[in-house]
Design a binder for this molecule. Structure first.
Ligand code: 4AD
Ligand code: MG
Length: 461
């Protein structure tokens, strides 16, 4: 007999004479003549109730079926007389496969998220984290569906790279040199020509530059992979390792880019509502009461669009006292981004045309010479979830930009070649996968939407 997943058992349309379930005990309640076991196998939020009659030959082992133990049950699927469930299983045989004693940390009582982070190897067995990681899996699938249905090609950009796409210097070095005795140049500096790759190498902060190579050949492409930032920000929205989705579209301007970003975000929300309804219900009950209403609200109306210059005016007129006062030319801080999305527009808003000095070298310079075609999508509760731009396709302007950012034309010869041979207007963006998951689940800390968070000072598991 093959195993039935609890998700399928709970959705059965008729009783079953023989069923095999395997999972982990969530709770057990003993009465005189029988025991009730709530069994969960992670296939869905809900567990199934198993009834073990005291007359069963194995019944003496029931005391080993403690919270956390793994269990195999054979029996019948019958209509439940109890409340809150349609089906339950009457056990005929059961086997405790792996015992768990009273030291098992996930006993019934609620635990703090901080505590659960310390047991990241066990937290997927809790309701909350089972739900989070099912949604994560589903949305990873939906991302591919969205782009594949549109004919985008999935490109695997390298994880080890020699370039700093964002130019922020937040790079993790990849090196095999002996840290105690590195080779030195005559001037006494570390000689990276002797390093593994013959030059300085890093973990990528973004696959964009390589995605541009493929967009200028295959037209519409996307990446979806891990990215790394050695940025020392200990916030609820920053991780040192996170996943990013980066579409890159040839023959596309900033407006087309904004349209795609909006369609993409809405698609993912709709997909989660359709395929993870039970998990989203759980989040709306136990994590964020406004979640479902907010997701519907976001789906129902167009995202707002506002230039950076307008945004600065709105912030100035707001009458708010900012922790970081803001004037034209300053970076928007989280408090500003959240004010725009949460209080002013009360909906997702795309801020575009940022000052040239704030943004990386690859963004297209506008006719005013002062701003670039950047766009950031800001959402209530989080702030920025997408950053993107139209790319500079004019060779002379690009080279001027690279000089302004102190980038070596020699190192980026392949990037400038894309403008030398058959250049086209093109655009793209990066969606932070974990930030999107925070938005869809209402979970407030990025550490709780990634299986094993890497943040400054933490790389356990
Ligand atoms: O705005 P960013 O830095 O843009 C880029 O990397 C571009 N190369 C993307 C592109 O145009 N192809 O990052 C994009 C998104 C951010 O909006 C945010 O959602 C997420 O990546 N992100 C982070 N997520 C978690 N932790 C961090 N430290 C993040 N840094 C950026
Ligand atoms: Mg950004």
């Amino acid at each position: 007999m093959s195993r039935t997943l609890i998700k399928d058992a709970l959705h059965a349309t008729a009783p079953m004479d023989a069923i095999l379930l395997q999972g982990w005990v969530r709770t057990r309640r003993d009465a005189k003549a029988f025991s009730f076991i709530e069994l969960n196998d992670g296939s869905c939020l809900k567990g199934i109730q198993v009834i073990a009659d005291a007359s069963l030959p194995d019944y003496a082992h029931i005391t080993k079926a403690n919270t956390g133990a793994s269990l195999e049950v054979r029996g019948k699927l019958v209509e439940s007389k109890g409340q809150g469930q349609k089906w339950e299983v009457v056990a005929e045989t059961f086997t405790v496969i792996g015992e768990a004693d009273a030291t098992y940390p996930l006993q019934k009582k609620g635990h703090t998220l901080e505590f659960l982070r310390e047991i990241a190897h066990l937290r997927p067995r809790s309701n909350l984290f089972g739900a989070v990681f099912r949604v994560r899996s589903r949305l990873a699938y939906a991302i591919h569906q969205f782009f594949q249905a549109k004919g985008f090609c999935y490109v695997h950009t390298p994880i080890i790279t020699a370039s700093d796409c964002e130019g922020a210097g937040e790079l993790f070095r990849v090196s095999t040199l002996d840290p105690l005795n590195p080779p030195k140049t005559e001037q006494g500096a570390i000689d990276y020509t002797k390093d593994f790759f013959g030059k300085q190498a890093y973990l990528t902060v973004s696959g964009q530059l390589e995605a541009e190579i493929f967009a200028t050949a295959l037209s519409n492409v996307y990446t979806f992979g891990p990215t790394f930032r050695a940025e020392n920000s200990n916030t609820s929205r920053h991780a040192s390792e996170f996943w990013m989705i980066e579409p890159e579209i040839a023959f596309c301007d900033l407006a087309g880019n904004m349209d795609l970003a909006e369609e993409f975000v809405k698609y993912l929300i709709r997909d989660a509502k359709e395929h993870c309804a039970g998990d989203l219900d759980f989040f709306s009950k136990f994590v964020d009461k406004d979640l479902l209403a907010r997701l519907d609200f976001v789906l129902e109306r167009p995202f707002q669009r506002c230039s950076y210059t307008e945004a600065i005016e709105i912030l100035g007129r707001s009458g708010k006292t900012w922790e970081h006062p803001v004037a034209w030319g300053d970076n928007l801080q989280s408090e500003h981004e959240r004010f725009l999305a949460e209080e002013h527009f009360k909906c997702p808003v795309t801020v575009y045309n940022y000052p040239r000095t704030l943004k990386p070298f690859y963004m297209r310079v506008n006719a005013d010479g002062k701003t670039v075609t950047a766009m950031d999508l800001l959402v209530p509760g989080i702030g920025e979830i997408i950053g993107g731009s139209q790319r500079e396709e004019r060779l002379d302007v690009l080279i001027e930009n690279m000089r302004a950012h102190h980038l070596s034309e020699k190192e980026y010869w392949w990037y400038t070649d894309l403008r030398r041979y058959g250049t086209v207007p093109h655009s793209g963006f990066g969606l932070g996968f974990e930030r999107m998951l925070m938005f869809v689940t209402g979970v407030a800390n990025i550490r709780d939407v990634i299986p094993f968070a890497r943040t400054p000072g933490t790389a356990e598991f």
